[in-house]
Design a protein around this ligand. Sequence first.
Ligand code: PEP
Ligand code: MG
Length: 547
Amino acid sequence: MTFKRRVYKGIGITGRKSSGRLHFINNKSIDSSDKTAINVGAELIKLENARKKAIENVWTIEKNAREKIGHSEAQIFEIHAMLLEDEDLNDAIENKIKGGKSVEKAINEASEEYASMLLDIGDEYLSARASDIRDIASQLINALCDNTKNSKKTDTEPYILVANDLTPSQTVMLDKEQILGFVTALGTPSSHTAILARAMNIPAIVGAGEIDKLYDGSFCLLDSLKGEIIINPTEEEIEEFNKEKDKQSKIAIEHERYLRSIMNKPAVTGSGHKIMIYANVGDVTEIEPALSNGCEGIGLLRSEFLYLSKSTYPTEAQLFSVYKDIAEKMDGRRVIIRTLDIGADKKADYFNLENEENPALGLRGIRLCLERTDVFKTQIRAILRASYYGRVAIMIPMICCEDEIIKTKELIEKCKAELRNESLMFDEKIEIGIMIETPASAIMSDRLSKHVNFFSVGTNDLAQYTLAVDRQNSKVSNLCEQNYEPILRLIEMSAKAIKKKGGWIGICGEMAADLSLTQSFASMGIDELSVSTPYLLGVRGKVSECK
Ligand code: PEP
Ligand code: MG
């Protein structure tokens, strides 16, 4: 059956266009209420089919993860495959079905009981397995949905993904070969999902509202500049869209040729102020593309993304190996590792964080790290050890007061002393910086500046906390647009403070890539702009046009 043409509007993320068939993923839990009378035999067959499909999916994910992230990270999916075949869990699900529960309810209940039992034992390893059990339960439910909803997507055809929302960890795991773009009902341009989409250069629209599931499998035109999705477009619209897409790509190729010609020249304004052009990355796979787009350093390694793609705490050895790899690949260029910024929208089950009323104002970033000093020290030791292999700097997120910097520096000193005792090498003079992403840190920047070598402004959070606009809420995200003045004043105040103490200042939030602000940043004497890889060339070009 074909459905009528329909247009949805949201907020475009990468400015790119894409077309293809829509594929809905069900990331809301499906209705698991018990049906009055169930057919036990039919439910058992559904379970068996879902189990086979889930096992198949897990091995595909394992293969992707092994190729893209590495063997040790992929091991978790081997564990998931084993758990899907676990006899105790399967017996428990089947017994619930035989006792009259629907397959969905049986999976949810049996897995929850199993997970709680593991958590009650109080062993760290088994607690981590509890979140694996929950993970495979949702994979079984998804496989069940796939079986029942008869999606019109074929497995080989790339598609435009539609979801209610995507978590940062789901976005990290997206298969770039298979995804032509994505549309989410929720989300805002400065959410971490949008940031990841930009880094991955995926055409995306967030905050589009709920798209009618009847359109699963329908052809659509996605314009992430206009923030528009046209489902079942007319022939004329397709023709116009393709013409515009061709024209845009010709202009883009021409412009890129010019930008590439200046790629290896320093970015200097007309008045002689040099700005370092750095890249924001989430893992080692982003280093090569950043370098081939002329990045002079890494201004923000969002180190928490490495934690989000795991199901238990990474070890010091695992972290060290990734950081060392990045430091070596950057070959003497600066690599700023932002310490763990878990909390708010970035959650990993194994941290077992309590639900908070206002997570963005809660136990997040440095606040959490100073409570979980064992986890924090593991990361600090890994960063310090990697500093021996390149020019690594440490950056602390979510700072609000001097005390947080003092406590963190004490922990860094403790880790340094341990490493010296163990004869492990590190850079004794490693630079330490903080993020300016709360109004308090900007207002107190004169005091904070005496403790650190540099500031980096996280405009995504600075805007959220200054303008009282939740960066996750699409209903208010327009209130940030064009209300830059308060943020610019705070940045200028911070720039003056750190420069007075002989330090330097960068900007690594999304505003760093906004070319309408480059002149203001240059005039304030900003020393570094750190942006996602697709924006590196454009920002470099814009700096050289500044006065
Ligand atoms: C910011 O807040 O601007 C920032 C760079 O950090 P994140 O987006 O990861 O919160
Ligand atoms: Mg931030």
